[in-house]
Design a protein around this ligand. Structure first.
Ligand SMILES: [Zn+2]
Length: 338
């Protein structure tokens, strides 16, 4: 009935069924959304379990081999440290047609510096992340020329006939370009979250509903122009995923040290005097308090408010007897039940 099913490995199919059962169990327990349908050409991949220590071996500094059931040894580029104690791995093909192998292991948390420092992070569109230290961080984007090429390809794709070879070619070129941007951004997320986890004991971020958020197109692109709308839409999608990944990676690297702060008023409140003022945000970049005259970069001002709220949350969890100056205590004492 389904001859293509018999062509594959039995364990792969069993595992896919088991993964699906697990996903449905999570869905019914309210821990996750309904699992989505898989689509040929879009979600290509499989998972291998019961991996033995000898199934992965190194060939040289930059290459290795993994034993794939029914396939044999498959070479891969050793692009990052492979953890010990591998239990399973997943082989996937991304939209750019690149095959990846990912080994599953729980990553080690980065130890807290233990200096009692708190940092606030304000994630945004014009500035990817503003820190309460005054630092403004920008996630990499496509270069101007790459952006132009992207739009060109998108227009060309729209003119292609559905199902044609030309369309397939244009789509794969487009996917490669988008993948390049996504790769740069992922790299930025990894580096930035590592730096934050290693440099501060407590990291406050806004509790953003990333999935439901839609950033406004105004002030999204640095240069207003005819392409703002398309560009905004693209950036929005990628940025949204980067924001979600940013928080998730931070939680992985600094478990128990990330505090999610209610984002209400963080952008309207003066970090110097605490006055809430709707009109204080003079422009996208400038915050000027009309009560005390404090002027700051608007995103940095928001980050400072996040920091204050995070510090307050830590003090509250530690209890009234522990109030006072920030303690130099081991990480476990900062463990938060969030
Ligand atoms: Zn003020």
């Amino acid at each position: 009935m389904n001859p293509w099913l018999a062509g594959g490995s039995q364990t792969v199919q069993q595992q896919a069924l088991r993964d699906f059962a697990q996903a449905m169990a999570h869905f019914f327990a309210g821990r996750h959304r309904r699992p989505s349908w898989r689509k040929a050409g879009c979600h290509e991949g499989f998972r291998i379990v019961a991996v033995k220590p000898g199934d992965v071996r190194r060939l040289s500094r930059s290459s290795g081999e993994v034993r794939v059931p029914k396939v044999g040894w498959v070479r891969f580029r050793w692009s990052r440290a492979v953890p010990g104690g591998i239990k399973s791995y997943r082989v996937t093909c991304d939209r750019a047609g690149r095959w990846h192998v990912a080994f599953a292991a729980v990553p080690d948390a980065i130890p807290a510096p233990g200096n009692g420092t708190v940092v606030g992070v304000d994630r945004g569109v014009a500035v990817s992340a503003a820190l309460s230290t005054g630092e403004l961080l920008h996630a990499p984007r496509l270069r101007e020329s790459e952006g132009r090429r992207l739009l060109l390809l998108q227009r060309r794709l729209a003119r292609c006939q559905r199902g044609s070879n030309r369309r397939r070619r244009v789509r794969s070129t487009l996917a490669r370009l988008k993948a390049r941007e996504a790769d740069r951004r992922r790299d930025w997320v990894e580096k930035t979250t590592t730096r934050l986890a290693a440099g501060f004991d407590v990291i406050g971020i806004e509790a953003l509903d990333v999935r439901g958020m839609t950033a406004s197109a105004k002030g999204t692109a640095e240069a207003p122009g005819s392409r703002v709308r398309q560009k905004a839409g693209l950036n929005r999608g990628i940025l949204r995923s980067a924001w979600g990944a940013f928080a998730a990676r931070l939680e992985d690297k600094a478990p128990g040290r990330v505090i999610r702060v209610d984002p209400a008023y963080t952008s309207q409140c003066c970090s110097a005097c605490g006055m809430v003022d709707r009109e204080a945000r003079e422009s996208q970049a400038v915050f000027r308090c009309r009560a005390c005259g404090h002027t700051d970069n608007a995103d940095v001002n928001a980050a400072r408010n996040v920091k204050t709220a995070a510090g307050r949350a830590v003090a509250a969890r530690e209890g009234p007897c522990a109030s006072g100056p920030v303690h130099r205590e081991p990480q476990s004492d900062l463990l938060l039940s969030a």
